[in-house]
Design a protein around this ligand. Structure first.
Ligand code: C2E
Ligand code: CA
Ligand code: CA
Ligand code: CA
Length: 279
C-alpha cells in the first residue's frame, strides 16, 4: 500500500534514520536521568497584585545532566510525552513540588501555594486522582495548597472524562488552572462546564500589551470575563513595569514573569520568601 511504501521509504531515508536514532538515544538518556535523579525543579514566584505579596510558586522542570548543563523542558518534555515517560517524570515532579512546598510552609510560609504542570498524557492515565491523593498523603501537603495547570487541549480532547477527573480534584480542594489561555483555538463554552479556578493568560498577549491596542483590549476583556465567572487571572510573562502597572490597573489578580523573578533554584526561593516576609 501507499502507506507501507511511505514508511519503508522513511526507514531508509538517511535523515529520518538519523532522527530516529537521536530520538532513541534521548529516550534512553531520559530513562537514565530519571533513575539517576538528574531532574530538578526550578520555581517561579507569582505575585498577588492586590497585596504585592508572593504567595505562590510554579514548579518548572529542568534536567541537570552529567556535565552539569541545565536542559530546558522544551528540549525533552515532548519526547517524554511521546514515549510515555512523562508519567513517571510527572509523578516525580508532583511529589518533589509538594514535598518542597510543605517544607517552605513548615518554615513559616503557611499560605504558600504550589502550581504543577500536567501534560495531556498524564491526564489519560488510569487513576491520576489516586496517584495525586497518595502524593498529598505522603508529603503531608494540604490539597488547598496545590494548583494543577492544564491546557485547553486537555479539557477539549476528551471532555466527558476530563470533567469527571477535574470535579474529583476540585472536591478534594485542589485548584484547577488553565495554562496558556487564549492559544488553544477552543470554544469558551468549557469555562461553563469545567470547574476552573484560575486562567493564566498566555504570555503572547502580555508581551506587547503596553504598545498593542488589540492585546490590551483582549487582556482586559479576559480579566472581566473571568471575574464575572468568579475565576482568578494570572498574567504570564510579565517583563517590565509598564506591563505590571497595566495589569494592576485592570485588577488582574496575579502576575508571573521575569520582571518579578525568573524561575530560580529552590535555594534562592527561600531568600525571596524571607525577603518578602521582612517587608
Ligand atoms: P509554561 O507552563 O507556560 O511555563 C512558563 C514558561 O515561561 C517557563 O519556561 C518560564 O521559564 C517561561 N517564562 C517565565 N517568565 C517569563 C518571561 O517573563 N518571559 C519569557 N519569555 N518567558 C518566561 P520553561 O521553564 O522553559 O518551561 C516551558 C514549558 O515546559 C512550560 O511552559 C510547560 O509547558 C513545560 N513544563 C515545564 N515544567 C513541566 C513539568 O514539570 N511537567 C510538564 N508536563 N510540563 C512542564
Ligand atoms: Ca504552566
Ligand atoms: Ca503557561
Ligand atoms: Ca507556555
Amino acid at each position: 500500500s501507499k502507506e507501507l511504501g511511505r514508511s519503508c521509504y522513511s526507514l531508509y531515508h538517511p535523515d529520518m534514520k538519523h532522527h530516529a536514532n537521536k530520538r532513541m538515544d534521548l529516550e534512553i538518556l531520559l530513562r537514565k536521568a530519571l533513575d539517576e535523579n538528574e531532574f530538578i525543579l526550578y520555581y517561579q514566584p507569582k505575585v498577588n497584585l492586590h497585596t504585592g505579596e508572593i504567595n505562590g510558586m510554579e514548579a518548572l522542570i529542568r534536567w541537570k545532566n552529567k556535565l552539569d548543563q541545565i536542559i530546558l523542558p522544551d528540549a525533552f518534555i515532548p519526547i517524554a510525552e511521546e514515549t510515555g515517560l512523562i508519567n513517571p517524570i510527572g509523578e516525580w515532579v508532583l511529589r518533589e513540588a509538594c514535598r518542597q512546598c510543605k517544607e517552605w510552609q513548615d518554615l513559616g510560609f503557611g499560605d504558600l501555594t504550589i502550581s504543577v504542570n500536567l501534560s495531556p498524557k498524564q491526564f489519560q492515565r488510569q487513576n491520576l486522582v489516586g496517584m495525586i491523593i497518595s502524593v498529598l498523603e505522603e508529603t503531608g501537603l494540604s490539597p488547598n495548597s496545590l494548583e494543577l495547570e492544564v491546557t485547553e487541549g486537555i479539557v477539549m480532547k476528551n471532555p466527558e472524562e476530563a470533567v469527571i477527573v477535574l470535579q474529583e480534584l476540585k472536591q478534594l480542594g485542589i485548584k484547577i488552572s488553565i495554562d496558556d489561555f487564549g492559544t488553544g483555538f477552543s470554544s469558551l463554552s468549557y469555562l461553563k462546564f469545567f470547574p476552573i479556578d484560575i486562567l493564566k493568560i498566555d504570555r503572547s498577549f502580555i508581551a506587547n500589551i503596553e504598545r498593542d491596542d488589540a492585546d490590551a483590549k483582549i487582556t482586559s476583556a479576559v480579566i472581566s470575563l473571568a471575574h464575572s465567572l468568579k475565576i482568578n487571572v494570572v498574567a504570564e510573562g510579565v517583563e517590565n513595569g509598564e506591563q505590571y502597572d497595566f495589569l494592576v490597573n485592570r485588577s488582574c489578580d496575579y502576575a508571573q514573569g521575569n520582571f518579578i523573578s525568573k524561575p530560580v533554584d529552590p535555594k534562592e526561593v527561600k531568600s525571596l520568601l524571607v525577603y518578602d516576609e521582612a517587608f
